[in-house]
Design a binder for this molecule. Sequence first.
Ligand code: FAD
Length: 385
Amino acid sequence: MDLTFSPAAEDLRAELRAWLSVNVPREFASGDAVEFPSLDEEFAFLRAWQGRLARDRWVGVHWPHAYGGRGAGAEANYIFQEEMARARAPEVINRIGVNLVGPSLMHHGSEEQKQRYLARILSCADVWCQLFSEPGAGSDLTALRTLAVRDGDVYRVTGQKVWTSWAQYADYGILIARTDPAATKARGISYMIVDMRAPGVEVRPLRQMTGSSEFNEVFLDDVRVPVANLVGEEGKGWEIAQTTLAHERGTAPRQLVIHRMLLEDLTRLARESSDASLRESVAAAAIEVEIAKLDNWRTLTRLVRGEPLGPESSFIKLYWSEMSQRLHDTVMRALGPRAALVGSDAPANGRLADSYLYYRAASIFAGTSEVQRNIIAQRVLGLPR
Ligand SMILES: Cc1cc2nc3c(=O)[nH]c(=O)nc-3n(C[C@H](O)[C@H](O)[C@H](O)COP(=O)(O)OP(=O)(O)OC[C@H]3O[C@@H](n4cnc5c(N)ncnc54)[C@H](O)[C@@H]3O)c2cc1C
């Protein structure tokens, strides 16, 4: 295996690093938690930040030129995420749009849909959400019950979605709904674009244990979705949803860097601590982060060679999410009672405790650990169901 990045990728890294050193707001670069007076203000800030990145063509570096990207491929996308995390830059807020909607529309959308929606995703002119999970359909999405009934040139959509990240700010959502109620499971599901401002769409934020409300319940009550918003063919939505879901896994360079920096925090805390038993956990954490890097590189190599990732991408998701929780547990142990402090009294202004709470969700989103283990057991190892 070649463990170096190409010269073109290294040039891109140098250019981006220079850009970030000038443009990342100072309060983020310090590594302390940045408090906003409200989620609305945080979102407005992040939207403007993505606009700034996009103006200099940093968003979607791997997207084709035709849709506003740099056409620089998987390696460039890897480096982009790595450098953003390394500089502690605020995240690209429209990542559902960039990472999931974009690739899905490029593969399956009509030319008109591509022209209308794609470029606006990069600049964050339109924010997107993913309307897949339902109260009775999470791990098993094929159990979804939201109905879309054809009525002339519209579908009338009724149902409920849940855990919809950033729905309260979204302009559009990618929705999967049942267009053939007689068909069961994956059959009879269609994939469509919903205008989140359409009459009948009601978004109710859910409060998370971090105190924030990034995700929501979305109620759809006789929402009229133009037939022109159907992506692909009616009843073939499950195949398109697979494209979307495949892009949720794969490499996780951003997570790799975040956890490398967390390991640095942990090492610093362990040095200051009188608890010698922490040493073993710090060494174990260092080894795990190194393994995560090698896993990422192996997957990236496959992407660069144009090989499909397939079910092996479940390894990456399973490994980093569980590594994250072990590493955060050790950080909490090293902090001891100080972990419970809030505000400016807290170490790193509360960033470490916030991070601990946030990453509890890592073994749930983008497919739970149990589901990843099922995939690995059945599709990689060939074990019986
Ligand atoms: C932070 C966060 C953001 C999210 N954002 C979005 C979003 O924007 N859009 C969206 O559509 N969804 C989103 N989700 C939802 C996410 O995809 C689901 O939570 C996830 O798929 C699990 O579904 P569920 O919560 O319904 O749990 P369930 O599927 O009900 O699972 C409950 C438990 O049963 C286990 N289980 C289920 N099936 C099996 C099985 N076959 N074998 C073994 N164990 C099993 C699970 O592992 C889990 O422990 C988000 C979730 C989180 C945490």
